[in-house]
Design a binder for this molecule. Sequence first.
Ligand SMILES: [Zn+2]
Length: 91
Amino acid sequence: MYDLYFERDKKRGISKTFMWLVEEVGELSRAINKIDINKDFSNISEEFADVFAWLCSLANIIGIDLQESSIKKYNQVCPKCKNKPCSCEFK
Ligand SMILES: [Zn+2]
């Protein structure tokens, strides 16, 4: 994502990129609400990809290594209960 879009993302800026992320989350939400377990999920997988792409773009602009920070926080065990699998109270 960095190599593909960083220069464009940097020009767009944090606020507009965040708005695109929220827009894509909205599209994912609408796709999930229409989900039919008997149909294929190719469309919804694209919506997941779009949300992830915009999240990566936002992280790149801010200078966060999403992979590194995710691994650091969620490496092997739940960051709250420290168990694998998580044994936190279900909410
Ligand atoms: Zn937990």
